[in-house]
Design a protein around this ligand. Structure first.
Ligand SMILES: [Fe+2]
Length: 268
């Protein structure tokens, strides 16, 4: 009997094949847009009016490419300060891409894969570079999503199907908010707190360092970076203040897009 993880992985493999084929068709049909034409969607291409294939993650994250911030560095003020955003993107995220590029230097075939493919099948990455892909690749993928999970004038509460799903899983939006806040504030050291989806539904979980939920067969919908580099300039040691401020910049529309894609994937 097929296990749940096997079922998820089987779907992911089919999705990856579909995504790659579709991407190739799209690439042939039209040149890539010039830089900056599609802010907020690094690497994302409209798929000829078709919905994104399930599991593709909505954004195509390339291993060796640092996506630009989808908004000015001061867009999230006063909740997240501009200097933190500059350093976070231009130094920390860029550093992960640089280190990943170096690690993949002898593996050009892996450099052509999408980040989510590498992280989903981390055990297939050669052992020699598996830890680098896990750490630097995870950092690259996590941060690429993180920028899109925030926006100027964000915050508030989700609506529609995502709202209903959160209420089913956590009782209420406040229940969800409390659980994510507690998880984020209690992470020992550096890591991420996530709203994830798998075929059991929604859950709040954490990962240490730059580990991706993808490597555990779970699909990240929303995540907060609680490494000190994400908040120390403004909030110093007061991580709970940063978590509370971050709720004011969440891009729920983007989270809902990610959830809608997952719905198609599960048939729910
Ligand atoms: Fe970070």
């Amino acid at each position: 009997m097929m296990t749940r993880r096997q079922a998820i992985k089987g779907t992911a493999v089919a999705t990856a094949v579909y995504a790659m084929a579709n991407s190739a068709r799209t690439a042939l049909a039209q040149p890539p847009p010039p830089p900056g034409e599609a802010p907020g969607r690094p690497g994302f291409r409209p798929r000829e009016g078709r919905p994104p294939p399930p599991g593709s993650g909505l954004i195509v994250i390339e291993p060796l490419k640092l996506p630009p911030l989808p908004y000015p560095a001061d867009a999230l003020e006063p909740h997240i300060d501009a200097r933190t955003m500059e350093l976070h993107h231009d130094k920390h995220h860029a550093g992960y891409v640089t280190a990943l590029t170096k690690a993949l230097g002898d593996y050009p075939e892996l450099s052509k894969k999408r980040m989510y493919e590498l992280l989903w099948d981390l055990d297939k990455v050669p052992e020699k570079i598996r830890m680098q892909v896990r750490n630097f690749g995870g950092g690259h993928h996590n941060h690429s999503m993180f920028w899109l999970m925030m926006r100027k004038g964000g915050g508030g509460e989700p609506r529609g199907e995502l709202r209903k799903a959160i209420e089913r899983s956590f009782g209420s939006f406040d229940g969800f908010r409390g659980q994510l806040t507690e998880t984020a504030t209690k992470i020992f050291g550096s890591g991420w707190a996530w709203l994830v989806w798998d075929d059991k539904g929604l859950a709040v979980e954490s990962t240490p360092n730059q580990d991706s939920p993808l490597s555990q067969g779970k699909l990240p919908l929303l995540g907060i970076d609680v490494w000190e580099h994400a908040y120390y300039l403004k909030h110093q040691n007061r991580r709970p203040d940063y978590v509370a401020a971050w709720f004011n910049v969440i891009n729920w529309d983007y989270v809902a897009e990610r959830y809608a894609e997952r719905q198609g994937y599960s048939g729910r």
